[in-house]
Structure formats: structure tokens, C-alpha cells
Design a protein around this ligand. Sequence first.
Ligand code: ATP
Length: 238
Amino acid sequence: MTALLEVEDLRVAYGKIEAVKGISFTVEEGQIVTLIGTNGAGKTTTLRTLSGLLKPVGGRVTFNGKVLTRVPAHKIVSLGLAHSPEGRHIFPRLTIEQNLQLGAYLRKDPAGITADIQRAYDLFPILGERRKQAAGTLSGGEQQMLAMGRALMSQPKLLMLDEPSMGLSPIMMQKIMSTIVELKSQGTTILLVEQNAQAALSLADQAHVMEIGTIKLSGSGQDLLHDESVRKTYLGED
Ligand code: ATP
């Protein structure tokens, strides 16, 4: 089986500081793959590079058979790779519905767009109830849902989620995590960056532990959930 996403020896630097120091991993179609690790490990930098917002200094990224390394960000979206960024980045003055419509800006199928907005409301009913409200009035968790809904509006083959549980209550976090599993069952492949290692490993098919720009450990979510060093370092066990 060829991978949907293949990352080979990826290197990314901010000036002289190398934030990602040659990482390699793959994402197979239909999988949930997670990158976990402490602050500053390079997870966000990796996602921003995959979506074309940062240019790597080395390595190669292949998505759906196409080399992405020199492809601009908007083209990457049109190839089927969407990014729900850390800190959400919704448009606070626009309504929820307008935010969702913006996620479909490259599409030209109005009926399909309307159907997908409805799908976002089915996934997150609160968004449907508030559809005419300015997005800035939503709670943090609701904004996170909107960011995910908006990323889905490009009908991605691969959805990249950066810290979707950040700042959420346990109930909201559960909701987001169960939605990720639901999206997988509907055929979306997911690359998930999370600080909440327990939650991420519980639902991941494959997981990679990042430390200071490198991948220290890889395995199935279940294997890493039971790995002693992971339990000590990332799951807070003695
Ligand atoms: P977090 O979970 O805290 O977001 P992360 O694993 O996503 O961490 P990154 O945000 O990718 O880590 O950061 C990796 C390294 O790159 C860190 O040392 C960080 O300080 C540095 N870095 C990130 N953004 C910039 C920037 N714009 N300019 C310079 N250095 C940066």
C-alpha cells in the first residue's frame, strides 16, 4: 500500500534555529496518526510545513503521489490537504456560516457546499443553532469545532488538526475526540498533533513521539500507551 502522505528526512529552520531536524513518517489512507511531544518539540512547525506555510530547508513531502515541497499553500488545499491550526484562527466578526463558507473558497459546487455546511451542523449541532451569530462570540471549544468544520469544508483527503483539545473542558475534549473518530469512520484520514497524549494515543492507529525536532519513538497508539517511558514522560506516571 502506498502512503497518502510520506514525509522523508524533513528539515525546517527559523533562521539558524533548526526546529525540525530530519523527521520521517507516513500516513496511510484511512488512518489516524498522531504526533505527540512536549512544548517546542516541532509539531506545529511540521504541520505548518506540510500545509505550505513554511518552506523546508531539506527533505521531501509526497502527498497522494505528488511532491509538495515547492507547492504553494493554496494549491496544497486544492490537492486535498486541510489544516485546522493551533489557536483556531477563525474570523471573529464573520458569522459561523460565513466562516464555513470561507473554508470552501476553492470549490465551485454550491449544492455540495450547502450539503457540507449541513454536515458540519450535524457533527456540531451548536454551530447550526448559532449559524447567524458572529464567530467571536463562541466559546473556545465551540471555536475549535468551527475551525474543524471549516477545514472539512475543503473536502480534504487528509485533515491536519493542531491541538484540538487545547484549553477545552473534559466534556468538550471528549466531544472533539469522538468527532475525530467519527470523521475517520466517514473516510477522512487524520494527522493529529496533541499535548494530551492519553487522548491522542487512545484513538491513534500510529503515533510518533517528537522531542527537540526529532522523532524519538514510533509505534501503534496502543503500544505507546503502554510503553513505560511514554507513560512516565507524557502520561505523568511515576
Ligand atoms: P507547542 O506544543 O508548544 O506548540 P510544538 O511541538 O508545536 O510546541 P513548535 O511550535 O513547532 O513546537 O516549535 C518548535 C521550535 O521552533 C521551538 O523551539 C520554537 O521556539 C521554535 N519556533 C517556533 N516558531 C518560531 C518562529 N516563528 N521563529 C523562531 N522560532 C520559532
